[in-house]
Design a binder for this molecule. Sequence first.
Ligand code: AMP
Ligand code: MG
Length: 433
Amino acid sequence: MFWAQFFSRHAFVQKILTRNSVTRWTSKSVKHGWAVCLRSNFFNSSNNYSPKLVLGIETSCDDTGAAVVDDTGNIIGEALHSQTEVHLKTGGIIPVVAQQLHRENIERIVKETLDFSGISLDELSAVATTIKPGLALSLGVGLEYSLKLVNKYKKPFIPIHHMEAHALTIRLTNQVEFPFLVLLISGGHCILAVVQGVSDFLLLGQSMDVAPGNMLDKVARRLSLTKHPECYNMSGGKAIEHLARQGNRMHYELRAPMKHHANCNFSFSGLQLGATKIIVQKEKEEGLQEGHLLSCVTDIAAAVQHVVAVHIANQTHRAILFCIKSGILSQTNATLVVSGGVASNQYIRRALQIVTDANDFNLLCPPPRLCTDNGVMIAWNGIERMRAGLGVLHSTDDMRYEPKASFGVDISKKVEEAAIKVPSIKLEKNLLK
Ligand code: AMP
Ligand code: MG
């Protein structure tokens, strides 16, 4: 009976996610409805199997997230508090403000998650919490709260690497075997890696300076996009995508960086500088001070989005070619997973789709709500680690958070030594279609 449930899990989860994406889980009753439904499915079955349940807690940046996931990948309950609106008003994340908001919300978010799940803390098999990397003050709130819980309820603790959680999320929603290629593009990270196992990664490349989301946020701020009537409550990246749809990317030229480096690293700070130069020039021409909306924001947004897409697609293309050439990935493992907040950008996805199609790779992205930071991915990472027997702790003495943390075995030098040239796939032309 259990195995039947296990093998039907993916279809089951897909069904849940499809329904969730329609309802977007906006109402508590919908969430609660699912919690009750799932609970009865697993707890009233005639076998005596009781699923392992992990509570995941995420506070690495500006989202307070929690979720309960079981060992067959069912999301039993989840809740999320986003701080985006507050940080948009202050013009960026102020760490003490993020810390205060996590403190104000963490207890409520965990309580809502457990209430929706219909699960008591005693019934949990373990608590999994992001401890690295991230903002020190934010990580501290989640860790302190989690340690209080595990010590009070005598539960095992599973410390989570935030990027590992992003990389594994796809295995909750799709049947993806190891190894696979992953591209993580977010507000704080830009990483290309091969996922060989639950905690086994080969780092092919990463950003040498800022992350793409961070760069888009800064350009959006410099353009004062929160003053645009259609974008006042959107994150910078989302606002750029929204306005770019109405703009002409050909009006301004920004050159893709690192064209002469045969590696899989990224750089976005030069693009930010290039965009700022264009903005300053246009402000002069239009006689505007900084802080006022230019008439050409849509064209600038389109040009910036285009060059970010081309740069990301180009480096990812080289990573695919390296994986094929070195035999790390074969035809049976030809999958590229893309996640992180920037992965919700449809233009960037289209550029990546052109690259994967040209190389007979599958392109998979978790649904948008699981691309950005959330508690579900942390709980799922806890389940993956529990199943693999990795890092489930029964003592939390000396447990510390780590704002900076490496990710996997760095083979970026080997990638560069392979000196792979990326062939032209007429990305520019195809993106205009
Ligand atoms: P994360 O760091 O994964 O929580 O994602 C947040 C980042 O994703 C922020 O920098 C946002 O600006 C960026 N982002 C969100 N939506 C989009 C989008 N549609 N296009 C580009 N970037 C986006
Ligand atoms: Mg993240």
